[in-house]
Design a protein around this ligand. Sequence first.
Ligand SMILES: N[C@@H](CCC(=O)N[C@@H](CS)C(=O)NCC(=O)O)C(=O)O
Length: 211
Amino acid sequence: MRLHTFPEAPSPRRVHLFLAEKGMEIEQVVVDMRKGEHMSDAFAALHPDCTLPVLELDDGTCLSSCAAICRHLEAIQPEPPLLGRTDTERARIDDRDRWVEMNGMLAVMEGFRNAIKGFKDHALPGRRPVEQIPELAERGRRRFGWFMHDLDASLSDKDHIAGDDFSVADITALVTIDFGLRGLKMALPDEAASLKAWHERVSNRPAIRGA
Ligand SMILES: N[C@@H](CCC(=O)N[C@@H](CS)C(=O)NCC(=O)O)C(=O)O
């Protein structure tokens, strides 16, 4: 099993933080996205969508969604559990994780990829040219603002995204927030006290600081 990755990019970072929290080490192949190595014929033969990360299993299966990669890693090494212990916990964590992807990660990607010069004609990942739409950049920023507001409200009565315990949903949310703050040059809202406290708490976890 080996992980094709570019650790600086947000989606690969999700898997790296998951591995760090598990204390797992696996073989890695760095594919330099800045040099466009993920668009090469060799990489497209492995994963035609040309995105990172990709977890290549020993039987040749390639997993490319962060959620599926994390599920596989959790099956290999269940402790500490990051996807929940009971059926209800697992469902709740999945539910929040998906919510963060849909309302946070996609909003930031919309805002970032439709605005940055380096993504001209590459507003969506993959080899097909896709034009940037400035209105989508604006909408992405607005959606990210709503995401931070809603996340703050959801954290008012709990320490973590999906309940009392740290889970994969916290990793997805942390990567999303850090990507949004940096990529969209936005700040955590002044009034978002619960979100700020959570961000500080999660960023300072030993595994996350060391990753
Ligand atoms: N398929 C992944 C997302 C992968 C993804 O979007 N990766 C980005 C980096 S964060 C990528 O590889 N982009 C390639 C490109 O923009 O050309 C998932 O569903 O979790």
